[in-house]
Design a protein around this ligand. Structure first.
Ligand code: NOJ
Length: 554
């Protein structure tokens, strides 16, 4: 298969950019209170510049009770005291720009925190009041209104409705502390345009928009048919609270605001059916959307090839580029995912195991191979902090430190996302491995010292140096255009050529593959590969290689 996407001479940076996700609570703690912050991030900007990323995406940094790690925002125009101040945020944006790093922030428009002044005003006001109309308050069902208005469930577990003292119910598709806003209310739409402008005026280069497929709800609140585990296209197009057509009017209003500024972008976190995703990428809507398909694909060459072709093809069809994501703050780290037997349901495995089926070395080896794959594909790549160190999921955190609301709301049936959010180890020894001077908000395992930045810095074979080298080579070989030509060298291998003539071959099988008549030279490989002067290349199991079309010293 060959995909030749529209290619302009000067493509906007984000089409082929590498964005590094900073989960701010866990990145670096400058203030010494055990929680990561802006001071810590500023002190590590040089590290990120040397790593070679184009941009950072900072997870929510606003005032928040942190019931959902900051995705419960109490004030969208300020910075959480634990993370720093607005002045520090402005300095960070300037310093990142001086280093050539763009800054994306996280906007959370589907819901606020219960501590937001609007929700506090709604609680003090009467049922039916203008204050309540900014959210979704309703009377309950049943003779005394004691049943929720619908059977909708929270994503984190339990009902999506909670009741206040005067008998009204409010909708929260996530935690009880995250009331959903009413996007039919013009005060809400105007408020968010103003919030966008507030941050664009402070120089941010764009926004990652949380729950981009949410926002608009069917305010007749039909019950959801429980049996519909696999939704048909028809049901998808008319789901009562996800991916409703009305959301596109909202997106267009944001886009026309962004277009008044130079070179800004927004990326959608939209969990929608693949056939509906292009709607979000129309020319007057999002610039880009996360594509989580590869993250959900088993370690299998034919499945990977199919996902690559469908993702790249669907984006190219609407003139966009896709994004490649292996990990983020909501899923098990891929160095661990890839160490589990194929098709292990990892969310369940976190809780129930059996934990002895994990092959951590295999996971790390595959993670090295996977990054060579994603960094050589056309489109943007989103990296999650710590993956460049090969950090594993910390699956054995003690239950009493678990912080993710999922743990409680699922009644301890889903362990949650804390294991991928453990603070970053910067040094090989010392308290919190250089994260900060205080006890970190989540405990780090003893093994983190051996895979810290310090431990890997000077080791040419480390994961960190693989990322550094790959990011530097990517700029030369894989970002000139968006062409992709898949070719066949056996059922275990994903193989393609890019417009520059450089190629990536990933052997996903458990035995080496011998490839004849290899033209070109090895640019980089995830493990040592052997080539012969006759032009044979032996690609080891679970390994990837980049080949340049001609002999080169680079
Ligand atoms: C998606 C975010 O990535 C996740 O961390 C958060 O819990 C939900 N949206 C709700 O805001």
């Amino acid at each position: 298969m060959s995909i030749a996407a529209p290619s302009t001479d000067v493509a906007p940076w984000w089409r082929r950019g590498v964005v590094y996700q900073v989960y701010i609570r866990s990145f670096a703690d400058g203030s010494g209170d055990g929680t990561g912050d802006i001071a810590g991030l500023r002190s590590r900007l040089n590290y990120l510049a040397a790593l070679g990323v184009d941009a950072i995406w900072i997870t929510p940094w606003y005032p928040s009770p942190l019931h959902d790690g900051g995705y419960d925002v109490a004030d969208y125009r300020d910075i959480c005291a634990r993370f720093g101040t607005l002045a520090e945020a402005e300095s960070l944006i300037d310093e990142a720009h001086e280093l050539g790093i763009k800054v994306l922030i996280d906007l959370v428009p589907n819901h606020t925190s219960v501590e937001h002044r609007w929700f506090q005003a709604a609680l003090s006001a009467e049922p039916g009041s203008a204050e309540r109309d900014r959210y979704i308050f309703r009377r309950g069902k049943g003779p005394d209104g004691s049943e929720p208005p619908s059977n909708w469930r929270s994503v984190f577990g339990g009902p999506a409705w909670s009741r206040v003292d005067d008998g009204d119910w409010y909708l929260h598709l996530f935690d009880v502390t995250q009331p959903d806003l009413n996007w039919e209310n013009s005060e809400v739409t105007e408020e968010f345009l103003d919030i966008f402008a507030f941050w664009l005026d402070r120089g941010v280069d764009g926004m990652r928009v949380d729950v981009a497929h949410g926002l608009v709800k069917d305010l007749t609140f039909p019950d959801i048919v429980k049996s519909a585990e696999v939704l048909t296209s028809e049901q998808l197009a008319n789901h009562p609270h996800w991916d409703r057509d009305g959301v596109h009017d909202i997106i267009r209003s944001w886009r026309s605001l962004l277009d008044r500024y130079d070179d800004r972008m927004m990326v959608a976190e939209a969990w929608v059916h693949p056939e509906r995703l292009p709607l979000y990428l129309r020319p007057d809507e999002y610039h880009q959307s996360f594509n989580f398909d590869l993250l959900d694909t088993d370690w299998d060459a034919s499945q990977f090839t199919a996902t690559i072709e469908s993702s790249a093809g669907a984006a190219a069809d609407v003139g966009a580029t896709t994004t490649w994501v292996l990990s983020n703050h909501d899923v098990m780290r891929h160095a661990t995912r890839y160490g589990l037997p194929t098709a292990t349901p990892w969310r369940r495995w976190l809780l129930d195991g059996p934990h002895d089926i994990l092959d951590a070395l295999l996971g790390a080896r595959r993670a090295r191979a996977a990054i060579l794959l994603t960094l050589s594909l056309p489109g943007a790549a989103y990296l999650y902090q710590g993956e460049e160190l090969g950090l594993p999921e910390v699956w054995d955190l003690p239950e009493d430190v678990l912080d993710d609301p999922t743990w409680v709301l699922s009644e301890h049936k889903v362990k949650g996302r804390d294991g991928c959010r453990v603070p970053i180890p910067w040094s090989s020894s010392g308290p919190s491995f250089g994260f900060g001077s205080a006890k970190p908000w989540l405990p780090q395992p003893a093994g983190f010292g051996a895979i810290s930045v310090e431990a890997q810095d000077d080791d040419p074979s480390s994961m960190l140096n693989l990322y550094r080298t790959a990011l530097a080579l990517r700029k030369k070989w894989f970002t000139e255009d968006e062409d992709l030509e898949m070719f066949d060298v056996g059922s275990d291998v994903v193989a393609f050529t890019r417009g520059s003539g450089a190629r990536c071959l990933l052997n996903m099988g458990d035995t080496p593959v011998c490839i004849d008549d290899v033209e070109g030279t090895v640019l980089l490989s995830s493990v040592r590969v052997e080539t012969s002067i006759e032009g044979h290349l032996e690609l080891p199991a679970n390994a990837a290689v980049w080949l340049a079309p001609i002999r080169t010293d680079s």
